[in-house]
Design a binder for this molecule. Structure first.
Ligand code: RIB
Length: 308
């Protein structure tokens, strides 16, 4: 195992406006929600916090707005022990926000207004060059401009930094420009958006044929499909009673970056990330529901060995 895993996230930071509701209104209908909660979120920020809680030395490359939320977001990163040297406040733009609705089953629906996240440019990646070059893993998602994502993959590749691309929210991507990513990790919906097929194995095959080295399709309560030129296998899930699945995918990605950077065998790293993500669904909120490494290890000791 290496010393402290070093993870850099180039990605989004949002404020999550979460409403817990019994059902969704019909067009033109007004209904009461059960509860409301305001919290820090954004796929990039969530992944950074998960990696940090798992013991990584984490730096964030991001842009926030010059509204009430911007400085609070930066302060939250600092409070979590995340390096904010490459987080910039962007004048005249709102911070990213995400209205989220959660049903009693824990299932969520999310709208994202990108705000300042959409101003993160390749120049910001260059400005963070020193930090990125020192990382074991660079982690990316799609709540920032695609051009910046593509540029960051190329930059990391040129400097020998391994990359994890979480193609969320799902959209069609240029296969040639993501081929240098070491891991591409969509969920089922995102895999379909990228490949046009709802069959996860066929989607994984298509991504591998496009040049991607390793594909992991997260399957929610069904675990994760791990795919490469050596074959495909499902890494088993852990049974939990979810109350809020928001951010579970981010918990998976952030924790996986640390487990891989620690030098763990890939299947074990994925199994651990499955458990870390499952635990995050047992409490409400996005990053608020992520557990510490200590809590995770206690659970892994109880349940992990039997999953391998
Ligand atoms: O993956 C969950 C996240 O998606 C939320 O925190 C929200 O901000 C959106 O980015």
């Amino acid at each position: 195992m290496t010393n402290t895993p070093r993870v850099v996230v180039v990605g989004s930071a949002n404020i999550d406006l979460v409403t817990y509701t019994d059902r969704f209104p019909r067009p033109g209908e007004t209904i009461f929600g059960r509860e409301f909660s305001l919290g820090f979120g954004g796929k990039g920020a969530n992944q950074a916090v998960a990696a940090r809680l798992c013991g990584g030395a984490v730096a964030m490359v991001a842009r926030v707005g010059d509204d009430l939320f911007g400085p609070a977001t930066v302060e939250n990163f600092r409070a979590q022990g995340i390096d904010t040297r490459c987080v910039r406040v962007t004048p005249g733009v709102s911070s990213g926000v995400a209205p989220i609705f959660v049903e009693p089953s824990g299932q969520n629906r999310i709208w994202v207004v990108k705000g300042a996240n959409d101003r993160l440019t390749p120049a910001d990646v260059d400005a963070a060059a020193e930090v990125i070059r020192g990382a074991d893993y660079l982690v990316l998602q799609l709540e920032i401009p695609l051009e910046t994502v593509y540029y960051a993959i190329g930059f990391a590749h040129r400097h020998g930094v391994r990359t994890i691309l979480n193609p969320a929210p799902g959209q069609a991507l240029d296969p040639a420009r993501i081929a240098a990513a070491d891991y591409v990790i969509p969920n089922e919906t995102e895999a379909e958006a990228m490949t046009g097929t709802a069959d996860v194995r066929a989607a994984a095959r298509k991504l591998l044929d496009g040049g991607v080295r390793r594909v992991i399709v997260t399957l929610g309560a069904n675990g994760a499909l791990l795919a490469g030129e050596d074959g495909m296998r499902v890494v088993a899930p852990f049974a939990v009673n979810p109350v809020d699945t928001t951010g579970a995918g981010d918990a998976f990605i952030g924790s996986l970056a640390v487990f891989l950077a620690e030098g763990r065998a890939e299947a074990e790293a994925v199994s651990r990330a499955n458990l870390y993500a499952a635990l995050s669904t047992m409490a409400p909120g996005t990053m608020k529901s992520f557990v510490t490494r200590e809590k995770f290890e206690a659970e892994w000791t109880l349940r992990g060995a039997s999953a391998l």
